[in-house]
Each structure stands twice: as structure tokens, then as C-alpha cells.
Design a protein around this ligand. Structure first.
Ligand SMILES: *Cc1c(COP(=O)(O)O)cnc(C)c1O
Length: 456
């Protein structure tokens, strides 16, 4: 039996088998390690040429980093080991004095950006931040209420994610499917019955602020705690354009630095109460992070400084752009959720694309025109619609950092309508998208490039 045959007969892969087989063929055909490395470099280069230069990237959980942040991600400091808490005695390793300086700056910049008493910088992602929350604040068998996916919830707070590994019992927070809002009356009723120890609201589909104050007050009756998983909203929160969960009753805020916060892909954890410091930080070290990528920490620190300097205006423009994009799509026959509420108060716009073939096919068709989006579950979709939901999620982070303003949203809506409504040839639309994007290669709202020309 040759290697390929034996692999096929014994291996179960979760990945697409044709794509893996292609990679295996490249590795097998390569005459040297150098050729194998070249194949990797070539694929990275193809992505940069396409996604980096020629696409309108409208993925809501993605953000372009500033040149300085990107540079720091490959800096020497990223090769150093520095596990543990900051400081000479706390660390296991000597030689960390400059690393301590960088990490301490990161902590203080995060506290300033989020206007809070405590912050942690060592989490690789929000997923790990949420794991720290469940590890620190729950025991197996505890009851937790979170948002289900069709209303925007995320696996990190569901039974198939970090929450599930802690063995907690998960109950759904009731939502009003028309208003796309927490149904507070039903929440009060069900929370009284369930008496959850934690309510964790993590919205991957997020258009409007949550009733954090009211929900926190309801569960306070039995000592329940509210945690805000602000993976998506962290930048909007820092830039004072959404809500301020830690001042509205949430005991902790987790966030992904690579979403609206526009920094390196990374987790962040913020809180105010000193009583939480020990359980939360002990969940981070020694439980979830040892070598925590100091290059990422340095990049996160600079991203926080960018947020402090540019965040308010940058995030306000992101929200204005989503509202303008929602309106422009709706006007061109692509139905957008929450029209009555002004489409959005975040970086997201959610379209209902069922009539155009559903989110999966629509997202792939748009990608052929260099318009990058994702399929999304929306209220009304059944769990069986998981792979083929009716919705399409768009985000305005990258297009805003490219310096685009409200008037540009009509141009983007035109591109989309030409593909979906007018069924124009995607290659023709693709050429026009490239003509629009290629001259725009500079990311603004950062120390490297300052304010966008239209905002000066
Ligand atoms: C994206 C997301 C996460 C995971 O964040 P990572 O930084 O990618 O680990 C967690 N919770 C919610 C609500 C999210 O949308």
C-alpha cells in the first residue's frame, strides 16, 4: 500500500479532503524543503494580492491593522519566552525587564482605552477569554443563560464551545425575532425560574446595544452576574459609540482585538472589581496561557494607543457607514434587517438574501466579484438551516479604515445589486470592484497614515 492509499483508508479528516489531497500532492512532489516552503509563501502572496489589494473585505469579524501593528507582529520580541505575571519575582525567566515594560504598557493602555480598573493582555483570542470566564466564575452543573446562534449568539457561550467544556447547563436568553432585541419580560420570567449564576451575552450578529442594566438588575436578586462578551463590539465600546457594559452592570468584558478594535487577532479581558482579579487572572495563568506571544502583546498595546487617539471618530464613521450601507442596499432591492430601527448602530448590516439563493450561495457568488461577506443565521432560520442560512452579514470596519465615507456606500451597494438583483456577469462587476479598490491601499486612523483625506 502506498502512503496515499493507507492515509485514505485509516484517516478521518474534518478538513475538505480534496484541498488536503492537493496540499499533500505539492509536498510529495517537492524536491526539497525549500520548494515546500515556497509553496507556502506563494499561497500567502496570492492571498495578499487578492484579499489584500483587490477585494472589498466586508467580513464583520475582520479588521485591517495599521502598518506599525503589522510590523510588530514579526518583531524580535515575539521569539522571547515570558510566561506568568509581570515582574522580576513573578516570572520564571530572567531577562524580561523590557518585556515587562511592554506588557505593563499594554495593560495600562487597555485600562485607559476601556476606562476600567483591570485588564489582561495574555489571551490568544476571545474564545480563550470566555474560557477564562467560565473557568473562574462557574462550577460544573451551574446554570448559565446565553444567546442562541439564530439571534446572534456564539459557540463560545454554548454547549459546543468553552462553556460546554465546563459542564454548565445552558439556557437561551429569549429574543424578540422581529425587533431583534432581548425580550425583557420573558427574560425576567425565565431568569426567575432558572436563577442563572451567569448571564453571558456574546453577539456575533450585533446591530443594537443590549439592555445590560436591566438584565443585570434582574439577576442581581440572587447574586447572578452579567458578563459581556464584546468580541465584536470592543472597538465600538472603547470608541464610546455603542454601550459601556462595565458601567451598566457587567462584571467583566471580554473582547477580540482583531474585530472592531482593529488590532492584532487577540483576546482582551477587562473588569473593575478587585475581588475578581484573583480568579480571573489565575484562570489565565497558569490555566490557559503560558507563552503568550509578546509580539502580539506589543501590537495590542499600539492598537490600544491608536484607539485612544483615533477611536471615537473612527468608530463613529464605521457606524455611519453601516447605516448608509443598509439604506443603500434596501433601496436597491436587497432587504436589510431592522430597517425601522435605522438598520444598525454597530459595524454590521444584515441582509436577508433568501430570494437570491440564501447566504451560502450568495456569499460565494459575491466573492467571485471580489466582495467578501459571510452567510449568517437570521431569526426564522431553523437549526437545520445551519449550513445554508437565509442571511448575509456585512461589516464596515475595513472599508472605513480605507477612508471610505457614507457616499461611498452607494457605490458598494451598486456592486452588490448588480450581482444579486440585476444578475450581471460577475466578471464585469469584479473588474469594476478592482478599479475602485486598487487605488485605495492606505489604512487610516493610525499614527502611520493619520486621518483619511475626507475627514481632514
Ligand atoms: C468572534 C467571537 C468570539 C471568538 O473570538 P476570537 O478572538 O476569534 O477567539 C467569541 N465570542 C463572540 C461573540 C464572537 O463573535
Amino acid at each position: 500500500m502506498d502512503r496515499t492509499q493507507s492515509q485514505a483508508s485509516i484517516q478521518f479528516e474534518v478538513h475538505d479532503s480534496a484541498i488536503l489531497a492537493n496540499a499533500r500532492a505539492i509536498v510529495d512532489a517537492a524536491g526539497s524543503g525549500q520548494e515546500m516552503a515556497n509553496a507556502v509563501l506563494a499561497a500567502v502572496q496570492r492571498n495578499e494580492e487578492w484579499r489584500g489589494k483587490r477585494c472589498l473585505n466586508l467580513l464583520a469579524p475582520e479588521a485591517p491593522t495599521s502598518p506599525t501593528v503589522r510590523h510588530l507582529l514579526s518583531s524580535e520580541i515575539g521569539t522571547r519566552a515570558a510566561e506568568g505575571h509581570i515582574g522580576r519575582v513573578n516570572r520564571w525567566f530572567a531577562g524580561t525587564q523590557y518585556i515587562d515594560e511592554v506588557e505593563a504598557l499594554c495593560v495600562e493602555l487597555l485600562k485607559k482605552a476601556f476606562r476600567c480598573n483591570y485588564a489582561d493582555h495574555r489571551l490568544m483570542g476571545s474564545m480563550i477569554g470566555n474560557m477564562a470566564i467560565y473557568h473562574a466564575l462557574t462550577q460544573p452543573g451551574d446554570r448559565v443563560m446565553t444567546a442562541a446562534q439564530p439571534f446572534g449568539g456564539h459557540s463560545s457561550n454554548r454547549s459546543d464551545g468553552p462553556a460546554g467544556t465546563r459542564g454548565v447547563e445552558i439556557y437561551d436568553v429569549p429574543f424578540d425575532p422581529v425587533e431583534l432585541a432581548v425580550d425583557l419580560d420573558r427574560f425576567a420570567e425565565e431568569a426567575q425560574r432558572i436563577r442563572p449564576k451567569l448571564v453571558v451575552m456574546g453577539m456575533s450578529m450585533t446591530l443594537f446595544p443590549l439592555p445590560v442594566r436591566q438584565m443585570s438588575a434582574i439577576i442581581a436578586d440572587w447574586g447572578g452576574k452579567f458578563v459581556y462578551d464584546g468580541a465584536h463590539q470592543a472597538g465600538l465600546i472603547a470608541g464610546k459609540q455603542f454601550q459601556d457594559p462595565l458601567n451598566e452592570g457587567a462584571v467583566a468584558l471580554t473582547g477580540s482585538a482583531g474585530k472592531t478594535f482593529s488590532g492584532p487577532q487577540s483576546g482582551m479581558l477587562m473588569w473593575n472589581d478587585q475581588a475578581l482579579t484573583q480568579p480571573l487572572t489565575e484562570a489565565i495563568f497558569p490555566v490557559l496561557a503560558a507563552t503568550h506571544q509578546v509580539n502580539r502583546v506589543a501590537a495590542l498595546a499600539v492598537a490600544a494607543a491608536e484607539m485612544i487617539e483615533y477611536g471615537e471618530v473612527y468608530m463613529a464613521q464605521i457606524v455611519k457607514n453601516s447605516q448608509a450601507l443598509g439604506k443603500a442596499l434596501d433601496a436597491r432591492g436587497i432587504p436589510v434587517l431592522a430597517a425601522k430601527r435605522g438598520y444598525s448602530k454597530s459595524h454590521q448590516v444584515i441582509a436577508d438574501v433568501k430570494q437570491f439563493g440564501g447566504g451560502l450561495d450568495v456569499a460565494h457568488k459575491l466573492a467571485k466579484a471580489n466582495l467578501i461577506t459571510n452567510k449568517n443565521l437570521i431569526p426564522g432560520d431553523a437549526p437545520s438551516d445551519w449550513d445554508r442560512p437565509s442571511g448575509l452579514r456585512l461589516g464596515t470596519i475595513e472599508i472605513t479604515r480605507l477612508g471610505l465615507m457614507e457616499s461611498d456606500m452607494a457605490t458598494i451597494a451598486d456592486f452588490m445589486a448588480r450581482v444579486l438583483v440585476e444578475q450581471e456577469d460577475v466578471d464585469a462587476v469584479c473588474r469594476d470592484v478592482e478599479d475602485f479598490r486598487l487605488p485605495r491601499q492606505m489604512f487610516y486612523y493610525c499614527f502611520d497614515n493619520g486621518w483619511p483625506p475626507a475627514a481632514q
